[in-house]
Write a protein of this length. Structure first.
Length: 324
């Protein structure tokens, strides 16, 4: 009886109910995370007990709406426990990658892992439903579903790599100008701390990445962190070799009492030389890189334009019947 009943129910009737169940489960999961805080009724009762809470809740109203997605991603990281680093070395490596991209918050790691899980689950649900509607229950639908989920799972890593690369390129291209400003400020009589603060103010429009890094270093200096530690962290969190070498030179100059302006000038000249050599290297590679588009796209068109009329004339002379 049951096999006959199963055969009588078409697949077009089962698929909408299956999709409804998947989306209902996903919506319930998201709403459960979003509504994890106190309800509005409980908050109003607390406000009646303590009138000072009303002002605090009003101030937090805007930030609650903006931090909803952040809380969802943080709680979604609970499902990403198998992805969490197993030892301190892997955890520090992931934190260093996120710091190089500008994500230095305490919850950056949990948000990153939660984002991977959320994107993979969303792609699995959406692509799974679409594949069931288009292909039905088949091997192709499973392949597309797991392929989309795997692609979205690694998408945050790709985006993070792209952000880190852009930040490193921006720092590499703007650092010689920042060093020139540092040299001018130091030779004008400012200390290194005041010079870094001045450079961070002047470079907000030209190179915001360096301005933000120097501003963070100034905040750390104002908090009382030793200058050597601040400079070492400045080179470590950006991941740029030139900034690491600059930090090492400044630490040595401060330790041995040598001229900081002279050290900055030498470092600026070496970085400009390195940047010029890199440009010359790219220019020298241009001729080799142009070979493939020339051979594949430009030369065939030139051959058709130059040899085509001659080939038509030869064909007409050798085969007059065909030409006529």
């Amino acid at each position: 009886m049951y096999p006959l009943l199963a055969q009588s129910i078409p697949m077009e009737t089962i698929v909408p109910f299956a999709l409804f169940g998947l989306f209902a489960v996903a919506a319930w999961w998201v709403l459960d995370f979003v509504a994890a805080d106190k309800s509005r009724a409980v908050e109003r009762l607390d406000e009646l007990k303590n009138p000072m809470l009303r002002r605090k809740n009003q101030e937090r109203g805007v930030s609650k709406k903006s931090d909803t997605m952040t809380r969802v991603l943080e709680k979604a990281s609970a499902a990403a426990k198998p992805l969490t680093p197993k030892n301190e070395f892997e955890a520090n490596k992931l934190k260093a990658q996120l710091a190089s991209g500008g994500f230095r918050g305490d919850s950056a790691t949990s948000i990153f892992l939660g984002l991977k899980i959320v994107l993979a689950a969303g792609a699995f649900v959406v692509m799974g439903g679409t594949s069931l509607l288009v292909y039905g229950v088949a091997q192709k639908s499973l392949m597309y579903t797991f392929g989309a989920a795997g692609l979205m799972f690694f998408m945050p890593n790709l985006v993070l790599w792209f952000i880190v690369k852009n930040r490193k390129d921006s720092i590499f291209l703007g650092l010689p100008d920042a060093l020139d400003l540092l040299v001018v400020c130091v030779e004008a009589g400012l200390g290194l701390d005041q010079a870094m603060r001045k450079v961070s103010e002047e470079m907000k429009l030209t190179c915001k990445v360096i301005s933000d890094e120097f501003t963070l270093s100034n905040f750390q200096l104002q908090m009382g962190i030793p200058r050597a530690d601040v400079l070492h962290e400045l080179g470590a969190r950006t991941g740029v070799d030139d900034l690491r070498s600059l930090a090492a030179i400044l630490i040595q100059a401060d330790k041995f009492g040598s001229s900081i302006a002279q050290a900055l000038r030498v470092q600026s000249d070496s970085m400009r030389t390195k940047r010029r050599q890199l440009a010359e290297e790219k220019a020298a590679k241009t001729a080799v890189k142009l070979i493939f588009p020339l051979v594949l796209f430009i030369f065939p068109g030139i051959f058709v334009v130059l040899v085509g009329p001659a080939a038509i004339t030869i064909m007409r002379d050798m085969f007059p019947m065909m030409g006529g």
